[in-house]
Design a protein around this ligand. Structure first.
Ligand SMILES: NC(=O)C1=CN([C@@H]2O[C@H](COP(=O)(O)OP(=O)(O)OC[C@H]3O[C@@H](n4cnc5c(N)ncnc54)[C@H](OP(=O)(O)O)[C@@H]3O)[C@@H](O)[C@H]2O)C=CC1
Ligand SMILES: O=C(O)C1=N[C@H](C(=O)O)C[C@H](O)C1
Length: 273
């Protein structure tokens, strides 16, 4: 049995992940962590997830280190918020716990620190802005498509629910990185994040990135390649968070045997490319 700790245990993703882990034969939830000094402390994580008691009480993240040690967790799954996740990854990796991280919104410096903590502590790790199989095929498609349509204007549009805190989405940022990398464009120079006012004509190199927020949209991502007289759109729409959770379960199974000290991708987990 793979012993799993979940941070963000009461969140939209965290509670769904706890539910799904309890349905697997080869893994179990051994720790459930929420924000520091959470009012949910002591409440059974299964009750919070709506599945009945699982015998694991929620703890505040001020007790993360002692909880990881006393629970014998082998894998920590984090879906929280970037500044919190940086601290969680630091603590978990220093305790020798493998990490599966879906949190988005990291700055470049934060992500560099995450990678360094994985390297220094030689644990297995999967960090991905999107765990859905369809989105990872979408990324791979963009990598192949962008060089073919290099002289088309490229715009990325994402839409999410009205509770989402970070923008643009991590997935939109990964799509941006995949495209700039495939086209050898400098990401520091070509990103245009929304437009307003007298911004001047569009340059051929720029890549627009736009965020829509509303209602209960689970997660839509569209990349438009716009030429003269024609337009090619690549679009992924998540209808349910179950698609992300399915990827998380695959990553939890993968990470204990993953190469130590490197951050594996969902391509590695899913056997894509
Ligand atoms: N990679 C992927 O496939 C996916 C990634 N995501 C990403 O996952 C993240 C979470 O999304 P979602 O579940 O919708 O968000 P939620 O806000 O529903 O859940 C986040 C949870 O983390 C808690 N939290 C905040 N700080 C800490 C802390 N220091 N320690 C432990 N828990 C903490 C929050 O508590 P409180 O509410 O009290 O602040 C909340 O319960 C986002 O970054 C999102 O973009 C989402 C879906 C798929
Ligand atoms: O916050 C969300 O909900 C999602 N976040 C991820 C992102 O920022 O890309 C993945 C997914 O689109 C849902």
């Amino acid at each position: 049995m793979i012993k799993v700790a979940v941070t963000g245990a009461a969140g939209r993703m965290g509670s769904g992940i706890i539910k799904k882990i309890t349905e697997q034969d080869d893994m179990e939830v051994v720790a459930a962590i929420e924000m520091p000094n959470t009012p949910l402390a002591g409440k059974d994580a299964g009750l919070q997830a709506g599945i009945g008691e699982i015998g694991v009480g929620i703890v505040g993240s001020e007790r993360l280190e002692e909880t990881l040690k006393s629970s014998g967790a082998e894998v920590l799954v984090d879906f929280t918020i970037a500044p919190a996740a940086v601290e969680t990854i630091k603590t978990a990796t220093s305790c020798g716990v493998n990490v599966v991280v879906g949190t988005t919104g990291f700055t470049d410096d934060q992500m560099a620190l995450n990678i360094k903590n994985v390297e220094d502590n030689k644990v297995g790790a999967v960090i991905s802005s999107n765990m859905a199989i369809g989105v990872n095929v979408f990324f791979n498609t963009l990598k192949k498509l962008a060089p073919l349509l290099y002289d088309f204007d490229i715009e990325i549009i994402e839409a999410h629910h009205n509770q989402k805190k970070d923008a643009p989405s991590g997935t939109a940022m990964t799509a941006f990185e995949v495209i700039t990398d495939a086209l050898n464009r400098n990401p520091e120079e070509v990103g245009v994040f929304g437009r307003k006012g007298l911004v001047g004509k569009r340059t051929p190199e720029e890549i627009g990135v736009h965020a829509i927020r509303g209602g209960d949209i689970v997660g839509d991502h569209t990349v438009m390649f716009v030429g003269e007289g024609e337009r090619f759109e690549v679009k992924h729409q998540a209808h349910t968070r179950e698609v992300f959770i399915a990827g998380v379960i695959r990553a939890v199974r993968y990470v204990p045997t993953a190469q130590k000290g490197v951050v594996s991708s969902m391509n590695d987990v899913l056997g894509l490319e």
